[in-house]
Ligand binder design. Structure first.
Ligand SMILES: N=C(N)NCCC[C@H](NC(=O)CCC(=O)O)C(=O)O
Length: 447
C-alpha cells in the first residue's frame, strides 16, 4: 500500500493582526501594533499550499477559528449584545480584546499532536489537540480545534480523537511544533521524538530563566500514553533552556525532521549526544539516519531565529529526493542561503530548496513549518478523510475568491473594536464550513 505525508495548513482568519501577545517570541513582540493585512496573509498561505500541491504533495486546509471570541469575553463578565460586549471590552480591557481577536489558530503545527497508524497500538491515526495553556490567546483554541479535526478526520475505523490535556501549565502542550517523527518510510513504524522545555514536577531540573518553557515532559508522556506508543519507539529530549531564553519558543524554531533526516542547531538540546545516541538506537543501528547538525559558527542562534532556517518544511518528493520549503527571509540572509545551497551538494537526501513569501505570518513568529500540521497516512486512510479539505486547483480558486469577498486588506488595533468585523468573520466562516463541508463546528452556528 502507498503511504505518504499530508500537510494541513492553517487558513489565516479574517482578524489576523499584530498584537504583541507572545512573550518569548521575538517577532510577535517586535511587530506589536503594526497594521496587518489579513487578505494578503491568507493569500500567502494559500499560495504555499498550492505550491506544495503542485510539487505533488497531498495538501489540506485547516479552517480558522471564530474571532473575536465573544463567548470568552462573556465569561469574563462583559454583557449585552455582541456589539456591546466588544465595545465594553475595547474600553475597559483593550489588551483582553486584542487577545480574543488573535488569528493564532493559523499556526497549525500547534493545533495537535498526531501519531500515524504505523506507530499506535490499535493501528489508528491518533489526534490530541494541544491545550496551549501558556498563552491566554492560544488557550482559547483547543475545543474548536478538536471539532474541526473531527470534521476532517471523521471515520472512527481509522481515526481516534482525544480530548486536549488538562488546562494547566503542568501539562502545557504546544502540539506538533515540539514533535518530530523519524522513520525509514512513512508506512513503517517510526520513532516519535517529543521535545519539552521543562519538568513540571521537578524544579531542580534545568529550566529557562527569562522566557517561559511552554511545554512539559509530563505533557509529552501523557500524549505518548494516549496514542498507545511503545517506549521502545519514543524519545524525549529537553530543549536547551538557554536557547528558549534567546527566543526559541518552540522546538520547530531550532530543529526539523523528516523520515531519516533530523536537521538541527548545535545548541538545540540538553544532553545532545546521549539523546541522539538513543535516537539512533531506537531508529535501528543498521538504518541510515542523517543527523545534520548546524554549527553555531555556520549559523548563529540569533540568525536562525531571524531567518527561521529550522522552521522550514523538509518534504519527500515523488522521486524520493527531499526538498526544503523555506521562507524568503532565509534567501535574504547571506549566511543562511549559502548554507542551504551548500547543503544540497552534500551527501544527504536534501537536494532542493524552495523559497516562499509568508511574511504576514513570519511577522508574528510563524514560518512555513508553523503553518502546517503533518499527518502520515496510507492511501486508504486518505480516502477516509473529508475530501473537501484537500487542496486542488478548484479549491485554490474557490478559497482565493472567498478571501477576496470577505477579508479586509488592512487591520489595525482600532479595527478590532469594530463589531462589524465579527459579523464579517461569521459570514465568511459560515460560507467556509459549506465549502469545506465541516458541518456546524463554530459556536455561532449552534444557535
Ligand atoms: N513555532 C510554531 N510552530 N508556531 C508559531 C506560533 C506563533 C504564535 N504567535 C502569536 O501568537 C503572536 C500573536 C500576536 O502577537 O499577535 C505563538 O507565539 O504561539
Amino acid at each position: 500500500m502507498k503511504f505518504f505525508e499530508a500537510n494541513f495548513d492553517g487558513l489565516v482568519g479574517p482578524t489576523h493582526n499584530y498584537a504583541g501577545l507572545s512573550i518569548g517570541n521575538v517577532a510577535s513582540l517586535s511587530n506589536a501594533k503594526n497594521s496587518s493585512s489579513p487578505r494578503q496573509a491568507a493569500k500567502q498561505g494559500l499560495s504555499k499550499m498550492k505550491a506544495l500541491h503542485d510539487l505533488g504533495m497531498v495538501q489540506g486546509v485547516l479552517a480558522p477559528q471564530e474571532r473575536p471570541d465573544v463567548y470568552t469575553l462573556r465569561r469574563l463578565g462583559f454583557t449585552g449584545s455582541d456589539a456591546q460586549v466588544i465595545e465594553k471590552a475595547a474600553k475597559q480591557a483593550p489588551a483582553v480584546l486584542r487577545a480574543v481577536c488573535s488569528a493564532s489558530s493559523m499556526w497549525t503545527a500547534n493545533a495537535a499532536t498526531i501519531s500515524p497508524s504505523a506507530d499506535t497500538i490499535d493501528g489508528k491515526v491518533h489526534f490530541t489537540p494541544a491545550n496551549l495553556t501558556n498563552k491566554f490567546h492560544r488557550s482559547l483554541e483547543p475545543v474548536t480545534t478538536g471539532k474541526i479535526l473531527q470534521a476532517m478526520f471523521r471515520n472512527p475505523e481509522h481515526f481516534a480523537h482525544h480530548t486536549h490535556l488538562p488546562d494547566n501549565d503542568h501539562f502545557g502542550d504546544e502540539g506538533a511544533a515540539n514533535h518530530t517523527r523519524l522513520c525509514s518510510a512513512y508506512g513503517k513504524r517510526g520513532v516519535e521524538l517529543f521535545v519539552f522545555g521543562r519538568y513540571a514536577f521537578d524544579s531542580s531540573k534545568p529550566a529557562p530563566k527569562r522566557f517561559p518553557a511552554r511545554h512539559t515532559l509530563e505533557a509529552c508522556e501523557a500524549v505518548a500514553r494516549l496514542h498507545g506508543l511503545s517506549d521502545e519507539h519514543v524519545v524525549y529530549m529537553q530543549q536547551n533552556p538557554d536557547v528558549i531564553d534567546q527566543g526559541v519558543f518552540h522546538n520547530d524554531v531550532i530543529a526539523v525532521g523528516n523520515q531519516n533526516v533530523l536537521f538541527y542547531h548545535q545548541q538545540a538540546f540538553v544532553d545532545s549526544q546521549a539523546k541522539l545516541n538513543e535516537l539512533q538506537r531506537k531508529f535501528g543501528n543498521d538504518s541510515e539516519l542523517h543527523l545534520i547538525e548546524v554549527l553555531n559558527s555556520e549559523v548563529s542562534v540569533a540568525e536562525a531565529i531571524k531567518t527561521y532556517l529550522f522552521n522550514t518544511q523538509v518534504i519527500t518528493l515523488a522521486n524520493g529526493e527531499m526538498a526544503i520549503i523555506a521562507p524568503t527571509e532565509c534567501q535574504d540572509s547571506a549566511a543562511v542561503s549559502s548554507y542551504l545551497a551548500a547543503l544540497t551538494e552534500r551527501n544527504t537526501p536534501i537536494k532542493q530548496i524552495h523559497y516562499y513569501d509568508v511574511k504576514q505570518s513570519m511577522q508574528n513568529g510563524g514560518g512555513p513549518a508553523c503553518l502546517r500540521l503533518r499527518v502520515a497516512m496510507s492511501e486508504q486512510e486518505k480516502q477516509a478523510v473529508n475530501q473537501n479539505v484537500l487542496m486542488s486547483d478548484m479549491l485554490f480558486t474557490t478559497l482565493n475568491q472567498w478571501v477576496d469577498k470577505h477579508y479586509r486588506d488592512q487591520v489595525s488595533e482600532a479595527d478590532l473594536a469594530d463589531p462589524q468585523l465579527l459579523l464579517e468573520s461569521r459570514t465568511a466562516l459560515d460560507e467556509l464550513t459549506q465549502i469545506l463541508d465541516l458541518g456546524s463546528v463554530y459556536q455561532f452556528q449552534q444557535v
